[in-house]
Ligand binder design. Structure first.
Ligand code: PMV
Length: 350
């Protein structure tokens, strides 16, 4: 089939500092506001090509390849997503789509890839639809739109479209905040956080025990939900202060509280899930002891899985890599880790 247009975007994953966990009624409306660092080295690269349609008719024509191989499971997921947004993207009706996607990080590393994958896809679609139309949006509006559609694919993906740091979810703390899309936050970031480091320690690369869709829905019956949502509001307000002033101690205390709360919520849900592994707990112990002994600002956060995200300023990288080699590598699955840092956001690949 003749290729009529194509675009390629690289979009990163992100790591939440204040976590999104639980939805309000509506489509992907978060129960509380969240904020995240955009990553640099963990990204998806997605090429969307528009082809002449094979058949006239209403069906969306899609072929999806992951790492060069046809992937039916992803293709079906994507078709469902496209069905839900087709009224906003006439190109989905007018062309056949060929999509190739890859991840920079191993697929089976236990690192959530939906944020990078869905943001790369949403930006590519917005880009192509804009090229086909005659209205060019401002960069700000373009990214709001990309964030909006990334959110419909995967909530946390809304936050992957901006450099350095991004906030999502309506809150009186942040002017211009929205449940519909994330907003950039880099203007409010102290210099020390602009080069912040994130070493991802792979405790286990096994498939997640529970999908985030199920995880979010368990919050509906969680007895601590109301308290949690109030805590998230308070933590957001406080961490924003720490991010502005460069208060590493306050920043670290909140990120660790958020990580532990996320896991505690899963443990006390019905049914209950334990998403940490014994190595996760051993690593947490060693990180806290190391911090106590050295007074270095090395803190951790967790996603909804067993892997540790170690967060620290660039100027202590040397000491931290010594500590990681001496005490943490042995607790990682086959010694695996990914060195990452706060990143520059999505990029169009020429
Ligand atoms: O975007 P989802 O639906 O996969 O949810 C992500 C939830 C967490 O990663 C655990 C927290 C967050 O805010 O990213």
């Amino acid at each position: 089939m003749k290729e009529l247009k194509k675009t390629t975007w690289r979009s990163p994953s992100n790591i939440a500092l204040v976590k999104y966990w639980g939805k309000k009624s509506g489509v992907q409306i978060p129960a509380n506001p969240s904020i995240s660092f955009t990553l640099e080295n963990c990204y998806s690269e997605t090429t969307v090509s528009l082809l002449e349609k094979e058949k006239k008719g209403k069906d969306i024509e899609l072929r999806f390849y992951f790492d060069g191989k046809a992937n039916m499971a992803f293709q079906l997921k994507m078709l469902k997503f496209f069905e839900s947004i087709r009224k906003d993207f006439p190109l989905l009706n007018e062309y056949g789509l060929l999509i190739h996607s890859t991840n920079s990080f191993p697929h089976s590393s236990g690192i959530a890839s939906s944020a990078s994958a869905m943001s790369a896809l949403a930006i590519s679609l917005c880009d192509l639809q804009q090229q086909l139309g005659n209205k060019k949006l401002s960069d700000e509006k373009f990214l709001h739109r990309a964030s909006h559609f990334a959110r419909l694919g995967s909530g946390s993906a809304a936050r992957s479209v901006y450099p350095l740091i991004s906030q999502w979810g309506k809150t009186s703390t942040v002017r211009g905040s929205s449940d519909e899309f994330a907003i950039p936050f880099e203007k409010n970031l102290h210099k020390i956080f602009q080069t912040y480091q994130n070493t991802i320690l792979i405790a286990s690369s096994a498939e997640k025990k529970v999908s985030s869709r199920v995880g979010h829905s368990l919050m509906k019956t969680n007895p601590f939900a109301k308290t949690r949502y109030a805590q998230a509001e308070k933590n957001l307000k406080e961490i924003i202060g720490a991010l502005k002033t460069g208060d590493l101690e306050k920043f670290g205390a909140i990120t660790e509280e958020e990580a532990m709360t996320l896991h505690a919520l899963m443990m006390c849900s019905t049914p209950s899930f334990v998403l940490m592994s014994p190595s996760t707990l051993a690593m947490i112990d060693r990180i806290r002891n190391y911090r106590e002994e050295t007074k270095l600002p090395v803190y951790f956060t967790l996603d909804a899985g067993p892997n540790i995200h170690l967060l620290y300023p660039k100027d202590v990288s040397k000491q931290v890599s010594g500590f990681v080699a001496a005490e943490l590598t042995e607790l990682c699955e086959n010694g695996r880790m990914i060195l990452d840092k706060v990143g520059k956001g999505p990029k169009k690949i020429k």
